[in-house]
Design a protein around this ligand. Structure first.
Ligand SMILES: Cc1cc2nc3c(=O)[nH]c(=O)nc-3n(C[C@H](O)[C@H](O)[C@H](O)COP(=O)(O)OP(=O)(O)OC[C@H]3O[C@@H](n4cnc5c(N)ncnc54)[C@H](O)[C@@H]3O)c2cc1C
Length: 388
């Protein structure tokens, strides 16, 4: 069986690895010309950590652990008003926790399949025709080819989803805010901490990046619509929206790179009644984006890829395999989406009164007694059955 995977991100590369391990031939097509640079950090634990362990990646990943021991909610002078300490994080997660740059994980996954799997960079699917007996795919780079199956692992703005299931607004829910992220030089002698500073309608987050002397800046702001912002407008928009903001904001904005190096997207969730149609299925953010506040996107992308590969190898036909994969994964994702929605609503209070309430809530939830509540939110354990 030959399977085309659209997208060489976390889900796509994990799926390619496990399909090959199960004797199925994957071909991966990735729009970007090469592995992506820069990026943002991800909390990596639970199911994602379990899948990485089954792939033998932990030795490769562990040395790249981001130096973050605690999370602080700071005031305008940088004083912590509440703190999620390493001890509390341990009580919440109750297992291995490996904060990483997203690109570190992607790089390790790429190395795990390089030379074993056909990878086509700088190309993308343009047309899909499911004939019932095969999927005929046309590529933007020209030419077309037949595959047994197509899997869209092409992220929250999935092209596969648009071509096969319908336009993006049908499935993507905007959560009322945008996020932007970019690297800056550490001019502050930064410690092993991730700091959050919030004002009504906007939030600034800073943490150590993947290289010494580099920090990652994350800016969140309320936005009525989920429209994408052209790259050349990003620096100007951030300067306008964060004008007058306190703490380190002015110098973080002054150090912002050109728009091409600024990641910016609406915060959204993807909710679909079905994750497969005919010979096409979706995996990862393409069908189940939960937003960054869930801290589960990587885990569910890897779990989905692992489960889909297993189902395709075990079931006699793709319909049954797709159904088994969806039945196993979709309820897990929906539960996390509902939890994330509650957190997302509280993330950026619109008013001073809302901000005061958030500060009180932060002080309460960072008490050790609240560890079980946070654990429920972050669903820290692996959802996979033990490896057979
Ligand atoms: C700021 C931020 C912080 C986050 N923090 C966390 C966290 O702490 N923990 C966590 O678990 N998750 C976190 N997430 C979420 C996590 O990054 C995603 O859920 C995860 O990357 C989803 O993986 P994916 O493979 O489905 O999609 P992606 O990683 O987005 O990969 C999609 C791939 O498809 C490619 N592609 C797109 N369109 C096409 C096309 N037309 N043709 C071919 N290729 C295409 C893209 O270039 C990309 O390589 C965070 C996300 C953000 C933005």
């Amino acid at each position: 069986m030959r399977v085309l995977i659209s997208g060489a991100g976390i889900a796509g590369l994990t799926l390619a690895y496990w399909l090959r391990r199960r004797g199925i031939e994957p071909v991966v097509v990735e729009r970007a010309p090469h592995g992506r640079l820069g990026g943002y950090g991800v909390d990596f634990f639970g199911t994602g950590h379990d899948v990485a362990s089954r792939m033998g990646l932990l030795d490769r990943l562990t040395p790249h652990r981001l130096p973050i021991d605690s999370v602080e909610f700071v005031d305008a002078s940088g004083r912590p008003a509440a703190r999620l300490t390493a001890a509390l994080l341990e009580r919440v997660i109750q297992g291995p926790h490996l904060p990483l740059m997203h690109t570190t994980l992607e790089g390790a996954l790429l190395d795990a399949v390089a030379g074993q799997v056909e990878l086509r960079f700088a190309d993308s699917i343009a047309e899909v025709r499911d004939t019932g007996a095969a999927v005929e795919v046309g590529f933007t780079g020209g030419g077309s080819e037949r595959f047994d199956l197509l899997v869209g692992a092409d992220g929250v703005h999935s092209r596969t989803r648009e071509l096969v299931f319908g336009p993006e607004p049908r499935f993507v829910r905007h959560l009322g805010c945008h996020l932007a992220s970019y690297p800056v030089t550490d001019r502050y002698g930064w410690g092993r901490v991730r700091a959050h500073y919030t004002e009504p309608g906007r939030q600034v987050v800073v943490y150590p990046g993947g290289e010494p002397g580099r920090l990652v800046t994350l800016l969140l702001f309320r936005s009525p619509r989920g429209a994408s912002v052209p790259r050349d407008r990003r620096p100007g928009l951030l300067r306008t929206l964060f004008d007058g903001a306190g703490w380190l904001t002015p110098s973080l904005l002054a150090d912002a790179p050109a728009g091409e190096s600024i990641f910016m997207d609406a915060m959204s969730q993807v909710v679909m009644p079905a994750w497969h149609r005919g010979r096409v299925a979706l995996v990862g953010d393409a069908c189940g984006c939960m937003t960054m506040v869930s801290a589960q996107g990587v885990s569910m992308a890897m779990a989905g890829a692992y489960t889909l590969a297993e189902a395709l190898a075990a079931e006699p036909g793709h319909e049954r395999a797709f159904a088994r994969y969806q039945a196993r994964m979709r309820p897990e994702v929906r539960r996390r989406q509902r939890n994330a929605l509650l957190f997302a609503r509280m993330l950026l209070p619109a008013t001073r009164a809302g901000l005061t309430a958030q500060n009180v809530a932060n002080r309460v939830i960072t008490r050790h007694a609240f560890a079980p509540v946070l654990r429920r939110q972050f669903g820290a354990g692996s959802i996979l059955p033990p490896a057979g």
